[in-house]
Design a protein around this ligand. Structure first.
Ligand SMILES: [Zn+2]
Length: 135
């Protein structure tokens, strides 16, 4: 297994209530020229957690941070007009906390960040570093 020092949270930058999952994202990322879905996990609107890229494989989700990180995305992040918004459903919030807790347990010392900590983007449309500091 590669060394994991960061767990990076994303949104899929899709409009709220659009119910997609790992299969659709995989197709979209392949169209953009990636080998496969860039994230390692996807949290759907109903809170179900779908596997993306294998954890042992380097992801494609955060420039200059892929080698040492796990990428987790919740579906959503845009309002009906396409503007950045924290659209997480209560079920997504519960699943994200559970998944991030599990990843922190398996990768002790890895820090949880939002994509926006490393890029001039709104992603994941909330302050993940602050929200998950206690996990
Ligand atoms: Zn992102």
């Amino acid at each position: 297994m590669r060394k994991i020092t960061e767990i990076i949270v994303h949104c899929t930058a899709t409009r709220e209530r659009l119910d997609i999952g790992a299969a659709e994202i995989d197709r979209y990322h392949r169209q953009r020229g990636f080998d496969s879905i860039g994230y390692h996990y996807v949290v759907r609107l109903d809170g179900s957690i779908e596997k993306g890229r294998d954890e042992s494989a380097v992801g494609a989700h955060c420039l200059s941070h892929n080698v040492c990180s796990i990428g987790v995305a919740y579906v959503g992040g845009l309002d009906a007009d396409g503007k950045p918004k924290d659209t997480r459903t209560p079920a997504q919030k519960r699943s994200l906390s559970a998944l991030l807790t599990e990843l922190r347990r398996r990768y002790p010392g890895a820090k949880i960040h939002g994509h926006r900590d490393f890029a001039a983007k709104a992603c994941p449309c909330f302050d993940a570093t602050k929200e998950y500091v206690a996990l």
